[in-house]
Design a protein around this ligand. Structure first.
Ligand code: EPU
Length: 336
């Protein structure tokens, strides 16, 4: 384990933003993490996984600590489930592929989401009708200040839409070390959301399998989301806003095609991508900062954009959506 100084974070964030970290260290065991925490105890600390949900707007004046814990193992099973523990530095999609290869069902709709397993509970990742909370069993985390191990059950995590305790009251207090997922022996197929059913038809799938669903999701995602290896991005930049039923009905009078999806009682979730596209941003580019031309909810770095330029673009988008629809967009990506 070595602690480096003034390291560029460009390779470590999917936006490809070139900023410096005052200190940088990576750990492959929990012991190494404890050493790093002890040595850098006076520094502001940022735990980094895949770096796929973060926008750096300036140099990081503290220690960036990268989680490289690896390993996936079956730790238990009962009549209905497999319990599979993944170390938090495992790439998420590699974990999904592992599950599909072993016929462990439940994460196939979450194929091709960038990032590491460690981030999956933090923001309760979700796509195509499935969220992590549906397969989560427990996790183990190190409390950075107290240097103590703690277990979190699903209810401890208080999962919400792209939310958990790790984004709220416990933000930046814990390093997630491993997560145990509870995966089905008998699959429960979720194909009603979005374009999955049509995609399966296009693919000529007769017998539904978790592999077929994964393939369909990969085809849909690849067709509208930019590959971060080629074009810097962090997936959806904003959350889909949840508004009151009354506000939705009022907006529908002026904008009859505004999308609406069920949310909690009395509320409707609408599509941020649609709102942003209506304001004319889709395909917009200024310098190397842009709004992706196939999915307006995704902001992109075409090469050498500064984090601040992407942030300023997001602020302009928030302003125009507010002016036109009276809806406040909330950023989903973590800003540093
Ligand atoms: N839409 C537009 N224009 C656009 C984009 C979207 O009009 O440019 C409208 C369309 O009406 C479309 C609707 O928005 O029917 C929903 O679009 P889409 O199915 O592409 O999904 P999304 O709501 O934009 C969410 C998640 C994605 C997830 C997809 C599929 C959030 C913030 N985003 O996007 O998650 O992959 O659903 O489940 O909830 C992420 O979090 O990084 C992410 C990519």
């Amino acid at each position: 384990m070595t602690i480096q100084k003034n390291i560029s974070l460009r390779p470590f964030n999917s936006f490809g933003i070139d900023v410096l970290a005052k200190y940088f260290a990576a750990f492959s065991t929990a012991e190494e993490l404890r050493e790093i925490v002890a040595q850098l105890s006076n520094e502001k600390m940022l735990l980094l996984g895949g770096g796929s949900n973060i926008l750096f707007t300036k140099d990081f004046d503290g220690a960036v600590v990268k989680n490289n814990l690896k390993g996936i193992e079956l730790v238990n099973e009962d009549t209905a489930y497999y319990y599979v523990k993944a170390q938090a530095g495992e790439n998420w999609h590699d974990f999904v592929k592992y599950c599909i290869n072993h016929n462990y069902a439940g994460v196939e709709n979450l194929s091709l989401i960038p990032g590491n397993t460690g981030a999956s509970p933090i923001q309760n990742i979700g796509a195509y009708g499935v969220e992590i909370k549906d397969v989560f069993y427990e996790l183990e985390a190190l409390h950075l200040k107290e240097n103590s191990l703690q277990k979190f059950s699903s209810s401890d995590c208080a999962f919400g839409y792209r939310e958990s305790v790790f984004k709220k009251q416990y933000a930046h207090q814990f390093a997630i070390l491993n997560i145990t997922y509870r995966l089905r022996k008998q699959p429960l197929f979720h194909i009603n959301y979005g374009a999955i059913e049509q995609e399966l038809e296009k693919m000529g799938v007769q017998d539904l399998t978790i592999q077929a669903i994964s393939n369909a999701v990969i085809r849909i995602r690849s067709s509208k989301l930019p590959d971060p290896q080629i074009t810097g991005n962090a997936g959806s930049f904003f959350k889909n806003p949840v508004i009151t039923h009354a506000q939705y009905e009022q907006l529908k009078e002026s904008f009859p095609s505004i999308p609406g999806y069920p949310a909690q009682e009395g509320f409707i979730k609408t599509a941020a991508g649609w709102l942003i596209e209506q304001c004319g941003w889709k395909g917009y580019r200024k310098g190397d900062a842009g709004c992706y031309d196939k999915q307006a909810l995704v902001l992109v770095n075409y090469g050498n954009a500064k984090g601040q330029e992407i942030f300023d673009l997001s602020a302009s988008i928030i302003q125009t959506v507010m002016d036109r629809f009276g809806i406040l967009l909330e950023r989903e990506v973590n800003i540093f």
